[in-house]
Structures are given as structure tokens and as C-alpha cells.
Write a protein that binds this ligand. Structure first.
Ligand code: PLP
Length: 304
């Protein structure tokens, strides 16, 4: 029987089997390659590897076999051509912007962002001569107005942390592309299990894998996913030079965590929905911010 293409696996099979690359020892579980460097058969092979002319690993700041298995699994789950894993979610957020921006560029973003992402947009990037415009991400007219002027990047989180505000991914991606901008979306909350960003127009997806992907409060991590040419030609040179890499140990634990990902995620989501519902009946609670409630103004978008 012909081997099945891994992109045809079901989501739950990808969580367990995606990206597995066995060593010649034929181990059942993913191997943990705790190595900073790699050896070669000859000086010529080493030189070719360092010139990027072969697929050999060179140095674990650039790539590592265990980290690569995690990256391949995430790419399969997201439906992305390529992925690079980072040491934290913030390393992913910063690197994905810094590798593309230069003085004079413009970034339009939703205001409902995780605090440190907000800080990159309001404090770090403006210091380097980059204009950043923050708007109400749920308001398409606000996106239209902000994107009348060309922009290099559009950035948003949906659902946002912590108030679960939503952005219409397809509509905003269309407006962004018309303004010449690439669309970066932080998919931490909904994840590839519930939200298909690339199929809805986003160009680049980022994660803090510290959240649901590890999901057990153990480790920090992040990831950047997108087209192969973006990852190889734009992201990778910056990543390699600035040291955003994930450690092999963290990648190995996260590979194991992914095996239980959908079980944990569904259980947590069901609990969250029940808690949100219960809070609406609690006399001490004024407002419940949960877009899965029918009374929430963005309920229809949440269902989409
Ligand atoms: C939506 C979102 N983006 C990015 C981050 C940053 O990730 P990390 O803490 O792994 O650096 C977080 C962390 O809470 C987050 O919730």
C-alpha cells in the first residue's frame, strides 16, 4: 500500500504523528536531540552545509532535528507551507515584525492585544521610525479608514487576550491586501483546531505555544507559520542572526503535549462555556466577556 501523504492525515492523527522523523534507530517516540552542533563526513560536506547547499543541520540556533519535528507538525496542523519555532511567543511576535519592517513603514493593528504585543507596537516600533496605528478591530469602517493609506503590515489577535474580542479575518485580510499589507494573526486562543486563518486570507500565523499547545504550565515557546518563501527568505535570516530559536527540550515536550491537545482544548472550552453561562446568572457579576454567549454582540462572528 502506498504511504499516505501526511497532509491528508486527519487533524487528530497529525497531532500525534505529524512531523515524526525517525532516526536510523527506528524509535517509536520522537527523539530528543540535545546537541548544539553537528558533524560531517568531510570538510567539503561541512563547507557545503555552512553555505546552505545541503539539508544538513549546522547549528541549533538555525535548526535542530527535534525542533524541526515540532515545526513540521505545527505546519501540518495549520495548513502552512513552513514554520519556525521560537523561544517564547513574544520572540515570535517581535521577530515576525522586525524581520519585515524598516524606518518609514506603517503598521495597522487592532487595539485589543496582549499587553506585551501592545508594547511592541506603541513603544518599540515607533522608537525606530515606524508608524503604528491602533484601531477598534471589530469595526470594519475603522479598518477601512486606517487602510486608506498604504501599510506594510496588519496585525491582530482574534479572539483577543483577555476580553475575547473578535476580528473578521476574511474581511480585514481583503482590506489589508488592497492596501498592500501582509496580514499577521496571533492564533493563540482559537488555534488551528478551531480557526483556519490561512484559508481565510491571513498571510502569517503566530503562536505563543506556552498557552494551549504546551497547555500544562511547563514551558515557554512560540511559532511563526506562513509561505515557504516568506519563512526562508525573510524570516529565517533574521531568526538565525538574532537567536529567537526554541530549545530542543522545549520542542520535545511540546511534541508530547500536542498528542493530548484536542482532548485538553475541548475539555477546557466546554468548561469555559459552562462557567461563562453560570456567571451571567451570578448577582455579583455585571458583564461577562465571552463571545460564545448568544447575548454577546459578536456572537454571529464567533459562530463563523
Ligand atoms: C495572545 C498572546 N500573544 C502572545 C503572548 C506572548 O507569549 P509568551 O508569553 O509565550 O511570550 C501571549 C501570552 O500570554 C498571548 O496571550
Amino acid at each position: 500500500m502506498a504511504a499516505m501523504n501526511k497532509s491528508e492525515y486527519r487533524f487528530s492523527t497529525k497531532l500525534v504523528r505529524g512531523g515524526l522523523n525517525r532516526s536510523p534507530n527506528c524509535e517509536t517516540s520522537e527523539a530528543l536531540f540535545m546537541s548544539s552542533g553537528y558533524v560531517y563526513d568531510s570538510a567539503e560536506q561541512a563547507a557545503a552545509a555552512f553555505r546552505d547547499e545541503t539539508d544538513n543541520f549546522v547549528y541549533s540556533r538555525y535548526g535542530n532535528p527535534t525542533v524541526e519535528m515540532f515545526e513540521s507538525r505545527l505546519a501540518l496542523l495549520e495548513g502552512a507551507e513552513a514554520c519556525k519555532a521560537t523561544g517564547t511567543g513574544m520572540a515570535a511576535v517581535f521577530a515576525v515584525m522586525a524581520c519585515q519592517l524598516q524606518v518609514g513603514d506603517r503598521v495597522v493593528a487592532s487595539r485589543a492585544l496582549f499587553g506585551a504585543c501592545h508594547g511592541i507596537l506603541t513603544k518599540t516600533l515607533p522608537k525606530w521610525g515606524i508608524e503604528t496605528v491602533l484601531i477598534d478591530g471589530g469595526d470594519l469602517d475603522a479598518w477601512r479608514a486606517a487602510l486608506k493609506k498604504p501599510a506594510k503590515l496588519v496585525f491582530f489577535e482574534t479572539p483577543s487576550n483577555p476580553l475575547l474580542e473578535l476580528v473578521d479575518i476574511a474581511a480585514v485580510s481583503k482590506l489589508a491586501h488592497e492596501a498592500g499589507a501582509s496580514v499577521i494573526v496571533d492564533n493563540v486562543f482559537a488555534t488551528a483546531l478551531k480557526q483556519r486563518l490561512l484559508e481565510n486570507g491571513a498571510d502569517i500565523v503566530i503562536y505563543s505555544t506556552t498557552k494551549h499547545i504546551d497547555g500544562q504550565g511547563q514551558l515557554m515557546g512560540g511559532a511563526v507559520l506562513g509561505r515557504r518563501d516568506f519563512i526562508d527568505d525573510v524570516f529565517l535570516p533574521f531568526y538565525r542572526q538574532t537567536g529567537a530559536a526554541m530549545s530542543a527540550f522545549n520542542a520535545w515536550v511540546m511534541l508530547k503535549s500536542l498528542e493530548t491537545f484536542s482532548l485538553r482544548y475541548d475539555a477546557q472550552s466546554n468548561s469555559a462555556a459552562r462557567i461563562a453561562q453560570w456567571l451571567t446568572t451570578h448577582p455579583a457579576v455585571d458583564t461577562v466577556f465571552y463571545s460564545g454567549l448568544e447575548t454577546h454582540p459578536q456572537y454571529d462572528l464567533a459562530c463563523q
